[in-house]
Design a protein around this ligand. Sequence first.
Ligand code: NDP
Length: 309
Amino acid sequence: MTARILSGREIAESIKEEVRDEIARLYEEHGFRPGLTVVRVGEDPASAVYVGSKVKTSHELGIISEHIHLDADTTHDEVLQIVKKLNSRDDVDGILVQLPLPTHIDDSAILEAIDPAKDVDGFHPMNVGRLNQGVRSLVPCTPAGVIEILKRSNIEIAGKHAVVVGRSNIVGKPMAALLLKENATVTICHSRTADLPSVTRQADILVAAIGRAGFVRGEHIREGATVIDVGINNVSDKEFAAELFSADDLPKRLAAIDNRGFTLVGDVNPKEAMEKAGSFTPVPGGVGLLTVAMLMKNTVDAAKMRRKI
Ligand code: NDP
């Protein structure tokens, strides 16, 4: 059996298209364009790439975006003051503080300082609470993107057993809350779960958000299950790459290791998932592409909710 590939590319493109149309409509009927401000502190290279892609996509869709890049030695209070100023600016609908922040900054305090109505990452305790109550809120982008992949691929969620591996505030917990809202029966696993494969093998929908390259193997997957791979990891060891990728895929992965020092892999072993799963999201080209698209959607939703449209 070979799994059906759930490509994030087309789904992300359709969502962006819908957001672009909605932004044009808002401008025509209400005379404004949504505004998004991204705050980045320090020089984390992955953050620079993520922020670049968020700002670029905003421009493409007609969102007025702004990138505030602060030195790594910016103090906690300085970041707090910037957030407060953005809270009070009427042209700013969405505020995103890119994580991770340098260690001298208390990231929870910064996230809590963001006006919940402008919290387009959905990390503010008010939005977390609303999500858990199942009421309308700004929802974290990556798990929201997973729900879009499932729905737009016509994979039924209601009544299915969904197993989420990972319980972070950014992915695992909101993922579980969203699946529950969609009427799945949800199990959350973590590093202290006993006999993980026996739990994950019960999943109709298995979501891996662990942060360990190729961790989910064939033994974790029930034949025919839908496997969603949220992980993004770099692999530079060629022997390990040979365990992860099929004969078709391996040559281009090894070439990537030669050319730039690494290839991207998720938290699932793709070769084994392709043999065992019914459907599977690739890395790259799967969930990752949805995260930015959902951020754009959240920015428009925030703008509409704040203006009571
Ligand atoms: P965290 O490190 O915050 O959380 C990892 C979770 O995995 C923890 O809950 C941890 O359990 C659990 N875990 C670790 N080891 C095991 C194990 N051996 N067995 C079972 N569970 C385990 O990571 P994130 O949630 O932030 O990210 C997860 C992955 O998703 C990463 O690969 C990250 O790069 C990727 N990611 C991708 C995004 C995208 O846009 N596609 C966006 C955000 C993240 P415990 O709580 O017990 O420690």
